[in-house]
Design a protein around this ligand. Structure first.
Ligand code: IFM
Length: 727
């Protein structure tokens, strides 16, 4: 099965894209897929999960660590690097099955042919460990200097985040620094081994701590160094500096070998469960495997209470924040393979309840209004001015933070999915039910009673389509609010039947009895826009159909600048029916059993041409819904678009002047959803697991495994049907 991603030929213009595409990560940190000699100019970075910092007057974002992979060479005292000369041959590759990144570059310096080969990874077995093997071969007798160490001149978008650098050299090189906002320590250390005799000295400047290794080489000789790197930070360690040093002091070359092996073993076990094989379509097969790779490298397998940012661990874009992307787009894949991980991800939201309550109260509401861009502890990092106007360079007022109230319901949706899939009361007892009740209470306080219609409305909201702000009765938002309220009631009753005292105690603690009664009365009376009898269409929000009816390609012609933001107060899409991403179609996907095939088809056909797919969350939802209406061939293009997003790099990289590039884990999760839930029609029902495949023509078979209620199932789907075996 194809599992190696390769790019042949040196492409300096693709350095930023390759930084995302060749990412290796282990949930604790992400190492951008840049070359060893690269610096912040090429956006080399080691992105730390869950450690954030704010420089005064700038956006709060995750911290990048000093780069311990930094390495370059001098041959006969001349710098040999892709930064100074074009290599005669070059390739970069990534083994998806082992999460090992490799590069090979060949240079001609006079008659000497020099080859650099490097391989590296972030250990999946021990998340503080990073490994680098670096080797150089020459064809002529010469001197070689390998300069390797820690580059503390870090790429930051809103930095610098680290200060008070402490450098220690010797057998261990160690750089320790502290964040600006709260003085949290980050410590990076490294130790190098080589069997080839060499001389060694160190240089230190303000931001670099370097080891110079000098070798005398004969013609045809190869020299190899192996590097063991450790990174610790305050997010989870009381004394990172000490922990880092202690982990290196006694380390030997043998430990490095063992670390490589332990790492590969973890990956072998992961893929044994998660791999999906698509027979008959190599491109789709590889793109899906690549998507699953991207998802698995960023999952916090190592701890509880951490979640996954919208751009994974590929950098600081989107403030390293967790959006609804995690619950709605990534969780389904994880839920079918590793429900414990999902439990941890949901625990992060439970731990965010205090912040969510504060946020609701700050806007005058009750209950829990979760952060739109959520950082540690649920802190909402969304700026009131989240987009910069390309013309005036002025920050534009946006309402993502204030009005994207569907976030609380999205989390409850995921919580219910988890509960239904696992039947696990424990998470509900340990804060899950409290979360659902508080989210429901938030909607109770947001609802607006219309006496003339005797119903409740959600007015002044922002739905999934972010181009239309502050709208009334967004169908998706109203439905997810109603769902939240009924789910809170159902979960309360269900849990009460098994744990009556706990539930009574919780309701008392939350003084919830009046709200419980209110939920019962108000939930059924929420106005959720329905398909119109005449057209079958659901209006996305009040007045949507009266907006100018045009198409994304027409709006593109109206742009004065390609980076212009399409939404907000003056965007080209704001007064039109062109939408950014699946909105009504998202609603219909989630609640598909409430609509007829005709209604699903009509809405898909109406909204699809009007959708720009300006968000990477959009394509998979159109793909999934196309599967539901039996249009696999329509779904196929959306599947490929979502599965290949990080391979092609073809996605929106700017919102106004703001860089929003990086990896797209929601789209990666969406790829799995379209393949398995869509094309293979996998469903967990009251009667157990069902799979009714509707594969694209050229797919002969799709084979995958899922874990469900303590068993592992092998499922093979073809045009003839599906087979399921317990393994
Ligand atoms: O969560 C999404 C949102 O729906 C559209 N803008 C980007 C966010 C992060 O992916």
């Amino acid at each position: 099965m194809q599992h190696i991603l390769t790019e042949d030929g040196f492409q300096p213009e693709a350095a930023v894209h390759f930084g995302n595409k060749f990412l290796v990560a282990n949930g604790y940190l992400g190492v951008r897929g840049t070359l060893e000699e690269y610096t912040k100019e090429e956006l080399a970075a080691i992105n730390l999960a869950g450690l954030y910092d704010q420089v005064p007057d700038k956006w709060r974002e995750p911290v990048n660590a000093p780069n311990p992979f930094f390495t370059f060479i001098r041959v006969a005292q001349q710098l040999v690097s892709v930064k100074t000369q074009v290599p005669v041959a070059h390739s970069q590759s990534l083994d998806l099955y082992t999460a090992i990144h490799q590069r090979r570059s060949e240079f001609a310096v006079k008659n000497n042919h020099i080859t650099i080969e490097a391989k590296r990874t972030a250990s999946a077995a021990e998340v503080h460990t990073l490994l680098l093997d670096y080797q150089v071969t020459v064809t002529e007798k010469t001197t070689l200097e390998i300069v390797t160490g820690i580059d503390g001149d870090i790429w930051d978008i809103n930095g610098p985040h680290l200060q008070d650098y402490q450098m220690e050299s010797g057998q261990i090189l160690q750089l320790t620094a502290a964040t600006q906002e709260s003085g949290q320590q980050v410590s990076v250390g490294e130790k190098v081994f080589s069997e080839t005799p060499h001389e060694e000295y160190f240089t230190v400047d303000q931001k670099h701590l370097l080891r110079h290794l000098s070798f005398k080489l004969d013609a045809g000789e190869t020299v190899k160094i192996s590097k063991l790197i450790k990174i610790y930070h305050c997010g989870e360690q009381q004394n990172p500096q000490r922990a880092c040093r202690e982990s290196l002091v006694t380390a030997t070359a043998k430990d490095i070998q063992q670390a490589w092996e332990a790492h590969k073993k973890v990956w072998q076990a992961r893929w044994a469960l998660t791999d999906v094989e698509i027979a008959g379509d190599e491109a789709a097969d590889f793109a899906l495997r690549y998507s699953l790779y991207q998802l698995q490298i960023i999952a916090p397998h190592h701890c509880s209470g951490l979640s996954i940012p919208a751009r994974g661990l590929s950098g600081q874009t989107y403030k390293g924040a967790v959006f609804w992307d995690t619950e709605m787009f990534m969780m389904p894949f994880f839920l079918h393979h590793d429900s414990e991980l999902v439990r941890n991800l949901l625990q992060y939201r439970i731990d965010s309840l205090t912040e969510a309550r504060k946020k609701a109260a700050s806007y005058g509401y009750r209950g829990a209004f979760f952060a739109w861009e959520s950082q540690e502890g649920g802190f909402d990092a969304t700026s009131d001015y989240n987009v910069v106007d390309v013309f005036t360079k002025r920050p534009q007022r946006t309402y993502f933070k204030d009005k994207q109230i569907h976030i609380s319901g999205d989390i409850v949706y995921a919580l219910k999915q988890y509960f239904q899939y696992t039947g696990d009361d424990q998470l509900l007892l340990a804060g899950g039910l409290e979360l659902a009740l508080e989210a429901a209470r938030f909607y109770l306080s947001y609802l607006y009673y219309k006496p003339e219609k005797d119903h409740y409305e959600l007015i002044d909201v922002l739905g999934p389509d972010e181009y239309h702000e502050r709208v009334y009765n967004n169908a998706y938002t109203s439905k997810i609010a109603q769902f939240t309220m009924t789910t809170a009631l159902q979960l309360t009753e269900e849990l009460r039947s098994r744990h009556p005292e706990v539930v009574t105690e919780l309701l008392e603690k939350l003084t919830f009895s009046e709200d419980l009664a209110a939920l019962k009365i108000m939930a059924p009376k929420i106005f959720v826009p329905k398909p119109a009898a005449s057209t079958g269409l659901i209006e996305q929000f009040d007045g949507y159909f009266k907006l100018e009816d045009t198409l994304p390609k027409i709006l593109k012609q109206r742009l004065l600048d390609p980076k212009e933001y399409w939404g907000g107060a003056y965007g080209v899409a704001s007064d039109t029916q062109v939408i950014k991403q699946a909105d009504v179609i998202m609603l219909q996907y989630l609640f598909s059993n409430e609509y007829t095939q005709e209604e699903l088809t009509k809405n898909w056909q109406y909204y699809e041409p009007r959708t720009e797919h300006g968000s990477s969350l959009s394509a998979c939802i159109y793909g999934l819904t196309a599967c539901l209406i039996g249009k696999e061939e329509w779904a196929y293009d959306y599947f490929m678009k979502t599965a290949e997003v990080d391979l092609t790099g073809e996605s929106k990289s700017f919102a106004g002047d703001l860089y929003i590039g990086g990896t797209h884990p929601a789209a990666n999760g969406g790829a799995w959803m379209v393949a398995v839930l869509g094309f293979c029609g996998l469903k967990i029902t009251k009667n157990g697991i069902q799979s009714q495949p509707r594969l694209p023509q050229k797919w002969r078979q799709v084979s995958f495994k899922i874990c469900y209620q303590g068993q592992t199932y092998q499922i093979n789907c073809s045009h003839e049907g599906s087979q399921m075996t317990i393994i």
